[in-house]
Design a protein around this ligand. Structure first.
Ligand SMILES: CC(=O)N[C@H]1[C@@H](OP(=O)(O)O)O[C@H](CO)[C@@H](O)[C@@H]1O
Ligand SMILES: [Mg+2]
Length: 576
């Protein structure tokens, strides 16, 4: 196995006498030289992993493959997931992110390693410079590279982008040949499917002691069963509460995957009640083009391929890798109404609070909603005042919301306004429900509902397919039409704009990104503008994914909104 042990990295100046890299140095060198063609680009691992033009990703794929293997070795060979995707970005882009064995995002402490390794490969003038960085990381994390005892396990998946098969080869090139990893290639899957399969594979390995990797099929069976169980519990005669749901899958991977789910032999709802549009995942340049969740949310209009049908119809749009969903409908006056992440959160909060109350569990289980500063102020007021649920605010980025939901609540509902989110149910929740059900105590219908619902929602990450099923089930159980859902509260008029500035890093925030600390004095000016507009709220922060500063503003009077937002933008521009 160890065909050549590098003699203590002499050439790279690395002088550790303690450490031996038990890997095939020559093989690694050859693969590095063959694969890492993109040089001198600075890579950064952000909220969305690495993401840029696909043609510039060979080097970063190579190093990310190595990092995933190291992460698995660090975690005693558990399955680590890697997803190749650039979500809602245009078709020329691609990206990659690593998933922890439990299906959550890569541990924050390892994000800098991902960057160090990628930038070492990008800027190194010789292979040994890169190798020295790799040795440093392995040493620092005390990773045992002797794979004869524990082999690393990696699950890889990709969305439907044309560039993905090539990038997959860059990613996996060293995994088996240098690190003796067991690599499971799921092929084309949605991002949440990759998270789910990674989590399930590890649970199986732990519980059964055997390494049967989970499959995409397990995903369909699990969620179809949970959905059917809810429908059976309520004796809903296999019909949705809306006459028809149109699903825009952004010409991405969500289309074929949703079709597979709907084709499952156990799927109960008649096939003509759900119609998939924009499902040309085999035409690369159509991906996210004038369609998908991001397009609909940003432009507040129907995507390409959809025209208003009956007023009761409900529409939804996924993004390119199907980890986000937003809903919408068109009223009889042809007006478009968006039901975004805030509306999804509030629908679930209303439904689950009711069920908790019916089950008489409001004192023992804590339900709460987690939002970011981008949540519409009306939604926050509604959750607090009408639903009497606590609300937390975190920084932008799903990992912050997820962490808060998982640590602060037994039912932690979180959605970003853009439609990315899920509900996390605590261990205590499961134990309480199970114990009540086993004793046949209390309101069995409510207990069963909570039990089924907790299965229907993907516990690892926001999932367009699972969220969509959960919304359909909720609307059907509550017998609500899209208009009833929308009527629960009315959004404050709001605006989100991008400002291009020479250096966005000077915009430093505090208070969950709601206040600026820097540039000095700017927040005071923003506050003086806000004070002029009734129900006014505005904040400014640097984007984590784009080279821009985002300005958000909302106020009561729609006719004043542009003026309000412009005043803030002017202050931002004059501060740099
Ligand atoms: C206002 C907004 O929508 N911001 C998005 C965007 O983050 P920024 O840091 O704002 O660029 O991309 C993130 C990753 O996809 C997503 O989590 C977040 O909600
Ligand atoms: Mg996405």
């Amino acid at each position: 196995m160890i065909s050549a042990v590098r003699p203590k990295c002499k050439e790279s100046g690395h002088n550790s006498q303690r450490f031996e890299m038990k890997i095939d140095y020559d093989q690694l060198r050859k693969l590095y030289e063959d694969t890492c063609c993109t040089k001198n680009l600075q890579y950064s691992y952000g909220t969305a992993g690495f993401r840029t033009l696909a043609k510039d990703l060979d080097t970063v794929m190579f190093t990310t493959g190595i990092l995933a293997v190291l992460r698995s070795l660090k975690l005693q060979g558990q399955y680590v997931g890697v997803m190749i995707t650039a979500s809602h970005n245009p078709y020329q882009d691609n990206g990659v992110k690593i998933v922890e064995p439990d299906g959550s995002m890569l541990l924050a402490a390892w994000e800098p390693y991902a960057m160090q390794l990628a930038n070492a490969a990008s800027f190194a003038t010789t292979f040994d410079e890169f190798y020295a960085e790799l040795v440093k990381l392995v040493e620092h994390e005390k990773i045992d590279l002797d794979t004869s005892a524990v082999a690393p396990h990696v699950v890889v998946g990709r969305d439907s982008r044309e560039s993905s098969p090539f990038l997959l080869r860059c990613l996996t090139s060293t995994m088996a040949s240098v690190f003796h990893a067991q690599v499971v290639d799921l092929g084309c899957v949605t991002t949440p499917q990759l998270h789910y399969v990674t989590n399930l594979s590890n649970r199986r390995q732990r519980e059964d002691g055997h390494a049967t990797v989970a499959t995409e099929q397990d995903y369909y069976s699990f969620f179809v069963e949970a959905f059917n169980e809810l429908f059976t519990t309520y004796q809903i005669e296999k019909r949705l509460s809306v006459p028809k749901l149109f699903v825009d899958t952004a010409n991405g991977i969500g289309g074929p995957q949703l079709k597979k789910l709907l084709a499952s032999k156990d799927w109960a709802v008649p096939s003509d009640e759900i119609e998939i549009v924009n499902d040309k995942s085999d035409v690369p340049e159509l991906l996210n083009f004038e369609c998908g969740a991001d397009y609909v949310k940003t432009n507040q209009r129907l995507p390409k391929g959809l025209s208003p049908s009956s007023p009761d119809s409900l529409y939804c749009s996924f993004d390119g890798d199907a980890d986000r969903v937003v809903f919408y409908y068109v009223d009889p006056e042809s007006k478009f109404h968006l039901l975004d992440g805030d509306k999804i959160s509030t629908l679930f909060a209303k439904f689950l609070s009711q069920q908790l109350e019916l089950a008489n569990l409001t004192d023992s289980l804590k339900i709460g909603v987690v939002q970011t500063a981008y949540a519409n102020g009306s939604s926050t007021t509604y959750i607090e005042d009408a639903l009497h649920c606590p609300v937390s605010c975190t920084k932008t980025g799903v990992k912050h919301l997820h962490h808060e939901a998982a640590t602060q609540y037994d039912i932690g509902i979180y959605f970003e306004a853009n439609g990315h989110g899920t509900i996390i149910f605590s261990e205590k929740f499961h134990q309480t429900i199970e114990s009540q059900l086993s004793k046949s105590q209390g309101n069995l219908l409510a207990l069963n509902t909570l039990n089924c619902f907790a299965k229907l929602i993907n516990q690892t990450v926001g999932d367009a397919i699972s969220d969509m099923l959960a919304v359909l089930a909720t609307l059907s159980i509550l017998q609500m039409a899209p208009t009833d859902w929308d009527r629960e509260y009315t959004d404050l008029p709001n605006k989100l704009v991008k400002c291009i500035v020479p250096d966005r890093s000077i915009f430093q925030t505090t208070d969950q990104e709601r206040k600026l600390q820097n540039p000095a004095g700017l927040q005071t000016k923003i506050d003086s503008v806000i004070a002029k507009y009734p129900m006014g709220r505005s904040f400014v922060r640097a984007s984590g994914t784009e080279d821009a500063v985002r300005v958000y503003a909302e106020c009561e009077d729609p006719t004043k909104l542009d003026q309000f937002c412009n005043e803030i933008v002017e202050y931002v521009k004059s501060s740099v």
